[in-house]
Design a protein around this ligand. Sequence first.
Ligand code: 1GP
Length: 235
Amino acid sequence: MGDFTVNEILTNWEHLFKLDPAKEISDEDLDAICESGTDAVVVGGTDDVTLDGVLDLLSRIRRHSVPCVLEISNMASITPGFDFYFIPMVMNSTEKKWMMDLQHQAIKEYRDSMNWDEILMEGYCILNENAKAFKETKCEMPDDEDVVAYAYMAEHIFRLPVFYMEYSGTYGQPELVKDVKKQLDNTKLIYGGGIKSDSQAREMKEQADTIVVGNLIYSDINKALKTVNAVKDMN
Ligand code: 1GP
């Protein structure tokens, strides 16, 4: 992406679409997503994320000029060719593996080819107990005070560029997103989960720096597309 690092670019990103490599999407819908005016298209999922699935989406998104991000789910599906790479660290996991050990393994394997202008570490807090990612990463459900403290740690202890409130599949609490945002000066706040309408997109964007729309792409593409302008028109 030219002369800009991912941190500089993220400052201006308000809306992201997230495509799941394990799900089918027609060319027509994918083209509409890429041309929607969203700030970037993220490829990421939890189950059945394969290199073939990732490469298929990459080659199709690449027909468009929209920035393209791989959110790394597993080592087997890492590939060059994306503009940026997001690497989650799951802060409310009960297993160190998901916060540090997988990243440690990845560094050992890929250090020589890692370009830190393209890589962004995300402090993830998974807040939907029924989400596959919550179960897979053995998360513990934090209460509101815990979430605020994780955000504080992301900013002051780990100095992470991003804190991601991940409600994947369910709509979160705008009040809690607001409280978390108050903790953060330098760390950007991404909200993702359960956005099903333009008004929900706006409501969460009022609190967070960036919102992510995922499942709605597959359940109601027209409503998903409307979330872009809902957010952009707030400026
Ligand atoms: C998932 O945060 C994203 O990682 C978006 O969530 O799929 O529920 O929109 P939804």
